[in-house]
Design a protein around this ligand. Structure first.
Ligand SMILES: NC(=O)c1ccc[n+]([C@@H]2O[C@H](COP(=O)([O-])OP(=O)(O)OC[C@H]3O[C@@H](n4cnc5c(N)ncnc54)[C@H](OP(=O)(O)O)[C@@H]3O)[C@@H](O)[C@H]2O)c1
Length: 290
């Protein structure tokens, strides 16, 4: 397909590279131009603006930090995207923003899909992302070659694009709750004189999950830099999960607690550390060095 990609950060760069490797024609745009230049060597056209990247393309994928960044890019994208072409939005954004984007594009006769992803930058590099797609079924089928080029499996969440964002936000809530639980358990065990690594071996036997194994090791090793997923972005996601819970009149008390612990982590200068450093909050609460 003829594609555009906007947002070449930790996730966007490997995703765009895999689209090129998948044989797609690609134009790229990034606010900081150097990151786009790196992909020119691999065959991408470096565009001057999101609108410029979109000219003549079938679909544009965006992978930007948050609602504000996607809104800014979308204002340009609508100017360049042809009627009938589709905006495939992979960023972790609010359900409200997904609804705004769907109507913005509909007003121009353009299509919109929400396709947030699970997996860290290493998974993006290895083409092992889990893609959660929502929107009209025929449009999802049309875009399958894009999902197949970046991920190992695609899940369809529903016919309304924002439903995919709800799945992503609840999924990140599950992940951050696991980080909170590791933090609390390790703090207690360190005070009980038990090595967290020994405990992790037991938990790995119990849960058999690569996600538990990887995050459990990072926290046991207290290895929080460089960040694969910055803690400040994790706080954004918990805020968005709570906003979705509010829309749905569905209390999420654990999310509220984790939200406050993430704020405490930010107050202790952890914004740019990996979000697994949330565990340091429980350590400090237990009187341990954080
Ligand atoms: N990292 C992960 O493990 C992970 C996993 C799944 C989903 N996500 C989600 O994926 C998205 C991207 O995450 P990431 O880790 O790739 O973040 P990142 O490395 O910080 O990249 C953010 C991207 O957004 C751009 N950007 C930010 N603000 C902008 C603005 N106002 N205008 C234009 N561009 C702007 C950045 O441009 P510059 O290069 O110019 O700064 C960069 O291209 C986020 O929604 C995140 O929640 C991340």
């Amino acid at each position: 397909m003829k594609l555009a990609f906007v947002g070449l950060g930790k996730m966007g760069s490997p995703m765009a590279r895999n689209l090129l490797r998948g044989g797609h024609e690609l134009a790229v745009f990034n606010r900081t131009r150097e990151k786009a230049q790196a992909l020119a060597a691999e065959g991408a056209r470096v565009a001057e603006s999101p609108a410029d990247a979109c000219r003549g393309c079938d679909a544009v994928m965006t992978m930007l930090s948050d609602d504000a960044a996607v809104a800014e890019a979308a204002a340009s994208i609508v100017e360049g995207l042809a009627a009938g072409a589709v905006h495939v939005s992979a960023s972790t954004i609010s359900t409200a923003m997904a609804r705004r984007l769907a109507s913005l594009h509909a007003e121009r006769g353009q299509a919109y899909l929400s396709t947030p992803v699970f997996g860290r930058p290493e998974a993006a590099e290895a083409k092992k992302l889990l893609v959660v797609a929502a929107g009209p079924a025929d449009l999802i089928d049309h875009c399958r070659p894009v999902f197949d080029a970046i991920g190992r499996q695609t899940f369809v969440a529903g016919a309304e694009p924002w439903q995919a964002n709800a799945v992503k936000l609840c999924g990140n809530f599950m992940l951050v709750s696991m980080l909170e639980c590791f933090g609390e358990a390790y703090a207690t065990l360190r005070k009980a004189g038990v090595d967290p690594h020994l405990f992790l071996d037991t938990m790995n036997a119990l849960f058999g999950s690569p996600v538990y194994a990887n995050y459990g090791r990072m926290i046991a090793d207290q290895q929080f830099e460089p960040a694969g997923f910055a803690l400040k972005l994790g706080l954004k996601d918990v805020r968005l999960a709570l906003a979705t819970a509010e829309e749905c009149n569905s209390p999420m008390p654990v999310a509220s607690l984790v939200h406050d612990h993430l704020l405490s982590a930010i107050a202790h200068g952890q914004a740019d550390k990996d979000w697994s450093s949330l565990a340091q909050v429980s350590a400090r609460n237990a009187g341990l060095p954080g």
